[in-house]
Design a protein. Structure first.
Ligand SMILES: [Zn+2]
Length: 235
């Protein structure tokens, strides 16, 4: 049957009614913890079957087929760009953790995990660049195993997936939006910790912060948000 190409991805990504999984073991970051977090429906390298499949085969196109043998490998993209966004409510009684750094403040992020708005959007940027589902789908907040979880776990898993797909981080640019507290005293610590988690030099990680001009929930110290853009480069 005819195939229609509708998106770009470099990840072998196929869904079938009965996917069989074969994540390659991480040879690049063997110290990263392997977590069996990804729901079966998002896992890679499902086997072929007579049922219709959606597949992205190590390359630049995703194909929808009802034929098990019609996927055609193509040359992987040399660069991939991803964007991430996240927002959390600020509530009393929670720690404010940004980029893995505990920031003194009278409020913190209410969340299922540790509510690290920066790490969450960095994960989404990397997953987005890889053409994968978002952080909420891969680490669902309905799963009790992620309750109170350090978001560094999510970062390490996204980095492992990135290396598995054959990419390195080119550079990353993040913007935090919050009215208070001032982040300037903490920016270098945040940058150093995020760089270490990503396994990259600090020169390729940029952290910016701005207020929301005292308007809306962000400007009224009721929420915090972050945007991240990341460039991945083929190894
Ligand atoms: Zn979040």
């Amino acid at each position: 049957m005819a195939a229609s190409s509708f998106a770009a991805s470099s990840i072998p990504f196929t869904t079938t009614p009965t996917p069989r999984i074969s994540f390659a073991s991480s040879s690049f970051y063997p110290s990263f913890p392997r977590i069996n977090a990804i729901p079966r429906k998002f896992l890679f390298r499902a086997t072929t079957s007579s049922a219709p499949t959606v597949s992205a085969t190590s390359t630049t196109s995703v194909q929808v087929n009802d034929s098990p043998a019609s996927a055609t490998p193509a040359k992987p993209l040399p660069f991939r760009v991803g964007h991430g966004f996240d927002l959390h409510r600020l509530e009393p009684g929670y720690p404010l953790i940004i980029g893995g750094i505990n920031i003194p403040h009278e409020k913190g992020c209410e969340a299922h995990s540790d509510g690290d708005v920066l790490l969450h959007c960095v994960v989404d940027a990397i997953l987005g660049a890889l053409g994968l589902p978002d952080i909420g789908q891969i680490f669902p907040d309905s799963d009790p195993k992620w309750k109170g979880c350090a978001s560094s776990v999510f970062i390490k898993e996204s980095v492992r997936l990135m290396h598995e797909a054959g990419y390195d981080i080119g550079n990353l640019d993040a913007t935090l939006i919050l009215q208070r507290p001032k982040l300037s005293p903490h920016k270098e610590a945040i940058k150093a910790n995020l760089s270490a988690l990503l396994g990259v030099d600090t020169s390729v990680v940029n952290i910016k912060a701005k207020t929301h001009e005292k308007v809306d929930s962000l400007g009224e110290n009721r929420s915090i948000a972050a945007h991240t853009v990341v460039l991945l480069m083929k190894k």
